[in-house]
Design a protein around this ligand. Structure first.
Ligand SMILES: Cc1ncc(COP(=O)(O)O)c(C=O)c1O
Length: 413
């Protein structure tokens, strides 16, 4: 096992941005702050979030309705402040990107446009280990169109004895009856990073539409959605994007679908901003992802997303990914002698920050409780037997990794 002194030395040489975040106090162990590994579930709060949210909140007190136009960050075009940084984060054009709603809501709104089943082509491909919300969403879409979810939803399973999906096996399942491929860019349970460009290309070759749930990918790994020709994507902002519980989500629609006659559900925010107050009965949607908006956005929920996206924009996802590769490799090295099975792919190109550990001899929840109260290490349990650890390059440290591995070694012994 690496020593604590080694970990501290690595931190001195390769510091992140922990000083920009509020790190909660530990409820056990030898250190005042937690070693936080649950950034793949709920990221920590950037220190700037509170002050900037208060500025937006106080504009309401000072200006009332006039804040729509006169606030320092006017509310009417507020969402546009998020579009540039969000688009750069996911490798999209600004016109292809919008921040709105929640993740599953966005998936539904996008499926209204992109799941257009016919009798001969109505199937949807997801991972068997898809996050349940995605499974419920596609099953309900299939049922909405009058098809049987048991027949229409194809669930991809790893080969017996394996935990991750092989790209070639995914590609093989994409037949002529598939209308939509909707996979997680990084799987929530195993941490596997899918080969998004290859699968997107294969889906298109099979005649399907290809969308991605990037909940665990956005802010974790660099993405190039435009270049990869992805049809649509959605992601949440409360995990790696550190925007707070239930934070507003992102959506991407490829340029080639903008301004087309794809069906969309509309509301007053689907129309061109310049004409919004002409109060006409028919909308005039812009040729951008903004056309997928429905309602006027909740400004005080957008504020933390804006603060966080600006941070990502300043530091850069490529830089963060480099540190992420070093941190996760270090954690993997420290965990190698611990009697736990790492089910995340060992190839760094096939994973993001997260390592998922299969636990035996106790339930995952029990292990995560012991880590929290005995050691001040916050890990996330997926019952019955998976504990997930995500060293986050913005605020996690080598010392955090050392604390987690040391605690796991002690508990498992
Ligand atoms: C992969 C994935 N999809 C969907 C969701 C559900 O997100 P929401 O509740 O924001 O719709 C989550 C939440 O953790 C998730 O991890």
């Amino acid at each position: 096992m690496s020593t604590e002194a080694e970990a501290l030395k690595l931190d001195a040489a390769d510091a992140g941005h922990r000083d920009l975040f509020d790190v909660p106090p530990a409820q056990g162990g030898d250190y005042p702050e937690v070693a936080y590994f649950a950034g793949n579930s709920l990221g920590l709060r950037p220190k700037a979030t509170r002050a900037e949210l208060l500025e937006d909140l106080d504009a309401w007190a000072a200006l009332g309705v006039e804040g729509h136009l006169d606030a320092a960050r006017p509310w009417l075009p507020y969402h546009e402040l998020l579009t540039g940084p969000a688009s750069r984060l996911v490798g999209a054009l600004p016109s292809e990107t919008v921040v709105m709603n929640s993740l599953t809501v966005n998936l539904h709104l996008l499926m209204v446009s992109f799941y257009r089943p016919t009798r001969s082509r109505h199937r949807i491909v997801i991972e068997d280990a898809a996050f349940p919300s995605d499974s419920y969403a596609v099953r309900s879409q299939v049922a909405f169109h009058g098809y049987d979810a048991e027949d229409a939803v194809i669930r991809l399973r790893p080969r017996p004895g394996e935990d991750s999906l092989r790209t070639s096996d995914v590609v093989e399942q994409l037949g002529g009856d598939v209308a939509l491929v909707l996979l997680g860019g990084v799987n929530y349970l195993t941490g596997e990073l899918m080969d998004i460009p290859t699968i997107t290309k294969a889906g298109h070759a099979a005649g399907a539409v290809v969308g991605w749930d990037l909940a665990h990918a956005a802010g974790n790994v660099p993405l190039a959605l435009h270049e990869w020709d992805v049809d649509f994507a959605a992601w949440c902002s409360y995990k790696y994007l550190n925007s707070g519980p239930g934070a507003l989500a992102g959506a991407f629609v490829h340029e080639r679908h903008l301004g087309t006659d794809l069906p969309r559900f509309e509301g007053w925010w689907s129309t061109e901003a310049a004409t919004r107050f002409e109060m006409t009965p028919e909308s005039r949607p812009p040729a951008s992802a903004d056309a997928w908006q429905v309602s006027n956005p909740p400004i005080f929920s957008m504020s933390p997303v804006r603060t966080s996206l600006e941070l990502f924009d300043k530091i850069g996802i490529e830089t963060l990914r480099e540190r992420s590769l070093r941190l996760t490799a270090y954690l993997a090295k420290l965990l190698a002698p611990v009697p736990l099975q790492v089910i995340t792919p060992s190839d760094p190109a096939r994973r993001g920050a997260q390592l998922s550990l299969r636990v035996s001899g106790m339930r995952a929840g029990e292990l995560s409780r012991r880590l929290r109260f005995g050691y001040g290490v916050i890990a996330d349990a997926r019952e019955p037997d998976v504990v997930r650890l995500a060293p986050v390059p913005l605020y996690s440290t080598y010392h955090d990794c050392w604390r987690a591995a040391t605690a796991l070694a002690e508990v498992m012994a």
